[in-house]
Design a protein around this ligand. Structure first.
Ligand code: ZN
Length: 218
């Protein structure tokens, strides 16, 4: 079960899972994200990869408030003084997503959950850390009495390493359809933190971003 947001990292994880598992299913979550266009990217990428794909609604985050991805606040660079995190941090997001993915996998007889979280190069979100994933894996095992494994193939990789891994896995054609921009723009705005991190990764890997190449041809 691959959590597929439609972004670069989860798309690379899908390619990783396709090499390792005979049966792969993807799950995207509609959490009221301002870059909802990524959900269309997720379904297109799943279609290209030939895997079954599901979209699950989870619309509580907007009601909880307080962040730029599910509220009206603009996405800004830099961190907030109170928690030293960007205003794109959605508290609890990955915890809830993996719990939903585990519940979905449970009903389909699967125990392998794959997520693109990464603690190396990812804004310092505490729910992307390895220790969080290890603890959550244990909670899911106990809470559903099932042998869940949370696979995090990107956990220790830099953004450039992730780009190289995508190339090695033959995932660049899928990445040509991925969506990263927090502002939900196509072509990507190039200025938001997500766009900048993506551009930095491709630049450091010395590989052209297949998304930009595809858009330039269109
Ligand atoms: Zn952007």
């Amino acid at each position: 079960m691959v959590l597929l947001s439609g972004g670069q990292d989860s798309t690379t994880c899908l390619a990783w899972a396709l090499k390792r598992f005979a049966r792969v299913h993807t799950l995207a979550i509609d959490y009221g994200q301002r870059h909802r266009i990524e959900l269309e990217a997720a379904s297109e990428i799943a279609r290209m990869a030939g895997v079954a794909h599901a979209l699950v609604p989870c619309d509580s985050f907007r009601a909880l408030g307080g962040n730029a991805l599910t509220g009206d606040e603009a996405v800004t660079a830099g961190v907030r003084a109170e928690n030293q995190l960007p205003n794109t941090f959605v508290p609890g997001r990955n915890l809830i997503f993996l719990t939903l993915a585990a519940a979905f996998a449970y009903q389909r007889g699967s125990a392998n959950l794959v997520t693109g979280v990464c603690e190396t190069d990812y804004s310092g979100y505490p729910d992307c850390r390895d220790e969080t994933m290890t603890a959550l894996q244990e909670s899911l095992r106990r809470g559903m009495d099932a042998p869940f494994v949370i696979h995090t193939p990107l956990m220790r990789l830099s953004k450039a390493d992730t780009v190289r891994l995508a190339q090695d896995l033959g995932a660049l054609p899928l990445l040509a359809h991925s969506h990263t921009c927090y502002n939900g723009l196509i072509p990507p705005c190039g200025a938001c933190p997500a766009c900048q991190l993506r551009a930095k990764g491709f630049a450091e890997a010395g590989i052209a971003d297949p998304l930009l190449e595809r858009l330039a041809r269109a």
